[in-house]
Design a protein around this ligand. Structure first.
Ligand SMILES: [Zn+2]
Length: 221
């Protein structure tokens, strides 16, 4: 499905994908474990949308603790092996990488700073001016999405899709599925991999970004 001149666009998740750990879950476990646990359960059971759940979780944390939250997140983020080589590989072919993260600028931006000139980043922000942290969603669902995503990955994919011959989604979780099923190919791990298998989406598993680069070498030259 591809030739030498194929223009590919990558749409890559952050938490659990570029970052080995899920930072929102780690922040909640560190700062408000007892209060956040039932909210996480309700999101996992799909009784609460991701947007509503994440808003309610951050609202548990006083704004006075924001710097502590930020420092904790920045220091616990671990970048998955091979990401630097994946960025080089894509840049050498002029295949753009767009990060679509349900996470927040205060930990996503510092983590990807070494490659920032070669990445487009979509993520959320926090308003720290009130008594408690308030989530700001700059990239909500468009009219074609009713999932109440918060940050809407399919909306972002649709916005760019016409610019590429092929779109490839890279991710690990349920929040990546709606974008994954609109993509031409998926690199999947963890629960996204199970969803791709279940729905017969064209995909390959990965554990490191080196796995993705070697698969791209084999299939795309
Ligand atoms: Zn949406």
């Amino acid at each position: 499905m591809s030739g030498a001149g194929t223009r590919i666009g990558f749409f890559c998740d952050f938490d659990g994908t570029i970052s080995e750990n899920d930072m929102i879950a780690q922040i909640m476990r560190r700062f408000v474990p007892d209060e956040a646990a039932p909210l996480i359960e309700r999101v996992n059971r799909r009784e609460l949308s991701i947007r509503a759940g994440v808003e309610a979780m951050f609202a548990l944390i006083p704004s006075s603790r924001f710097e502590e939250v930020r420092d904790f997140a920045v220091h616990t983020t671990r970048i998955r092996a091979g990401f630097d080589r994946f960025v080089d590989f894509a840049a050498a072919r002029s295949w753009p990488i767009t990060i679509t993260s349900g996470g927040f600028d205060f930990f996503v931006e510092p983590a990807v700073a070494p490659w920032r000139d070669r990445l487009t980043v979509y993520c959320n922000t926090l308003d720290t001016t009130g008594p408690n942290l308030r989530v700001v969603w700059p990239h909500p669902c468009d009219d074609a999405c009713s999932a109440d995503c918060g940050l809407c990955k399919p909306t972002i994919l649709r916005k760019y899709q016409g610019q590429f011959d092929d779109t490839i989604v890279i991710g690990d979780g349920v929040t990546d599925f709606e974008a994954a099923r609109r993509a031409d190919f998926v690199y999947a791990r963890a629960s996204l991999r199970k969803e791709c298998e279940h729905h017969n989406l064209p995909h390959a598993p990965f554990e490191t970004f080196d796995d993705i680069v070697s698969h791209l070498h084999q299939t795309r030259g």
